[in-house]
Design a protein around this ligand. Structure first.
Ligand code: ZN
Length: 116
C-alpha cells in the first residue's frame, strides 16, 4: 500500500465514525480526498468539542486513533514504530491500520500502557 491508499483507508474509517454524528447546520464533515495538506484542516473540524460530545466514548477514542494515524502518515512516520523506530511490516499495517507499535513493543507496553 502506498501513502495515498493508506490515507484513503484512514479517511474512510474516519467517515464511518463521523457518519454517526447528527446533522448540524453550518458544519461540514466532508473531507477532501487525496490532499495530504488537508489533513490538519480536517482535524480542526473533528476536534470541535460539540461534535465530539455527541459521539460515544468508543467512537471518540477511535477518532483519536485515526487522527493519530493520519498525523503519523502526514509526518512520514506511519510505517515506523513509535517506540523503537523499527519499520512496521506491511501485513501488520494492513491488519491493524491504527497501530503505531511493532509487535515486540506492543507486547511490552501493553501491560503498563493500555491501548484504549
Ligand atoms: Zn517497536
Amino acid at each position: 500500500m502506498n501513502d495515498k491508499m493508506i490515507q484513503q483507508r484512514l479517511l474512510a474509517m474516519q467517515q464511518e465514525v463521523l457518519a454517526k454524528l447528527p446533522d448540524m447546520d453550518g458544519i461540514s464533515y466532508q473531507t477532501s480526498e487525496g490532499c495530504p495538506d488537508c489533513v490538519s484542516e480536517q482535524q480542526v473540524d473533528i476536534t470541535d468539542l460539540k461534535l465530539l460530545f455527541s459521539l460515544d466514548v468508543e467512537s471518540r477514542q477511535r477518532l483519536n486513533r485515526i487522527n493519530h494515524a493520519l498525523n503519523r502518515l502526514h509526518r512520514k512516520e506511519y510505517r515506523r514504530c513509535a517506540n523503537c523506530g523499527s519499520t512496521l511490516p506491511e501485513e501488520r499495517l494492513e491488519l491493524l491500520p491504527l497501530t503505531d507499535l511493532c509487535e515486540g513493543c506492543e507486547a511490552t507496553t501493553l501491560s503498563n500502557q493500555p491501548l484504549h
